[in-house]
Design a binder for this molecule. Structure first.
Ligand SMILES: *Cc1c(COP(=O)(O)O)cnc(C)c1O
Length: 424
């Protein structure tokens, strides 16, 4: 959002507004003092409404920066650090539609982004924003896809990348991340332990820009573009139903926000899209809450082959729950067998090589259609296919990890000192 459109960081619960940066220019505020909820960037949508229109957007290059007014950088044009992210295909999937038994089915194909997952959208914005504020180190905690994306965009921006992953993520993913030469630290623990450690590092080291911690509002803003593009590609129509995979649950909330913003600024009428959530059966805290009619998300210990969304304690779980319920959507899970089946359907029927998460989405959509939660003939149904299949690694290569530590801040601080030369 070119500077004049920004109002600050806002609490989604009590609407309290915080300044974007502290006096010394470092972003530190992450959660609201009163509500302990994740903050998001706030926009002056009335002002944006006066300056945006379908023609203006359509006259711009086909990438996610065509929605610049609704993205959170101070600059007023596409950042130089962008790798040309976005405007991925929205595929009319008639073959798959027959199998699932719906009339009008589309796949939003984010397997073809620069590093192969929708994470590039959020990272594009977060890196541009960090660069703008003068940061030199980009970091993230990740199950793999965010790591790859952060490493790639940081490299393009001439910044150092400091990446934290659980040591047991797939070798394929480690090899893919290592291609971009980040400092790649394996943590002895699961994603939720890595995420907790990241929170501590972030508050002790304000000089590090964590894509999905202190820069989470910006990262989230990039994810909105998936929703914007779907609406534009449907001919400025909001879908009737949309199925979103849930990991940390930020994407779900941002799909909801994208539709609301588009209607608020007058690009479409009020959107009545039902937003449905999809998770792996062994890692479904948000779906459980929906199915059991609960108001809160109870953390679980993940166990699913869909490792990119194997998050037991999602940072935006409660927000996603509210978005899904508020939209009249529902939720479903897929077990490992159904996930593989879903991946095969995508490949055989539509030629898309998706990772496990796509299988979760297809299998969950199938159930929601069978249950009548997604009507067969009430308008466009869109499935988000968020990541490309990971390639088998070259067995001759070494692990690719720079170092391995336990999930403890003391261990990180010791390592950080020894990395000083690498980080200069
Ligand atoms: C991260 C990720 C998701 C989930 O996004 P969240 O915002 O964490 O819920 C879905 N699919 C893929 C491929 C991902 O990498």
């Amino acid at each position: 959002m070119p500077a004049q459109y920004v109002t600050g960081l806002v609490c989604p619960q009590c609407n309290k507004v915080y300044p974007l940066t502290t006096g010394d220019g470092l972003v530190i505020k992450i959660t609201c003092d009163n509500e302990l909820r994740q903050l998001r960037t706030g926009y002056n949508l009335d002002l944006i409404a006066q300056n945006i229109g379908r023609e203006i957007i359509q006259s711009r290059p086909e990438d996610m920066w065509r929605y610049l007014e609704l993205l959170s950088i101070a600059g007023d044009q596409k950042p130089e650090t962008s790798l040309g992210t976005g405007f991925t295909p929205l595929i009319r999937a008639d073959n798959l539609a027959k199998v699932l038994g719906v009339e009008e089915l589309y796949l939003k194909d984010d397997t073809v982004t620069p590093t192969g997952s929708f994470k590039d959208r959020g990272v594009d914005v977060a890196v541009a924003r960090a660069k703008e504020l003068g940061y030199e180190i980009m970091a993230c905690v990740s199950t793999g896809n965010l790591a790859k994306s952060t490493a790639a965009y940081a490299k393009e921006a001439g910044m150092k990348a400091l990446i934290f992953v659980p040591i047991d993520i797939e070798k394929e993913k480690i090899a893919e991340i290592a291609q971009y030469n980040p400092i790649l630290i394996g943590i002895n623990g699961d994603y939720d332990a890595v995420n907790k450690l990241g929170g501590k590092i972030s508050s002790e080291h304000p000089e590090i820009a964590f894509v999905n911690i202190d820069f989470r509002p910006y990262y989230g803003d990039g994810s909105k573009t998936m929703g914007f593009e779907i609406v534009e590609q449907l001919g400025w129509r909001a879908p009737a139903d949309i199925v979103v995979p849930i990991g940390g649950a930020l994407l779900t909330t941002k799909i909801g926000q994208s539709l609301q913003e588009f209607s608020y600024v007058g690009l479409i009428n009020k959107a009545n899209t039902r937003i449905h959530g999809a998770q792996g059966e062994g890692s479904s805290p948000v779906v459980n809450a929906i199915l059991n009619g609960e108001k809160f998300v109870t953390p679980v210990t993940p166990n699913t082959i869909a490792s990119s969304i194997a998050i037991g304690n999602p940072s935006n779980g409660i927000d996603a729950l509210n978005v899904i319920k508020g939209s009249g959507g529902y939720a479903a899970t897929a077990n490992d067998y159904e996930i593989v089946n879903g991946m095969q359907l995508l490949e055989e029927k539509e030629g898309i090589l998706s990772e496990e998460v796509g299988g979760v989405v297809v299998a969950s959509a199938k159930k929601l259609i069978e249950q009548g939660k997604i009507p067969r003939d009430k308008g466009p149904v869109v499935l988000l296919i968020t990541g490309r299949r990971h390639e088998a690694p070259d067995v001759s290569s070494n692990s690719g990890l720079t170092d391995i530590i336990g999930p403890h801040i003391e261990e990180f601080n010791e390592l950080y000192e020894s990395l000083e030369t690498k980080l200069k």
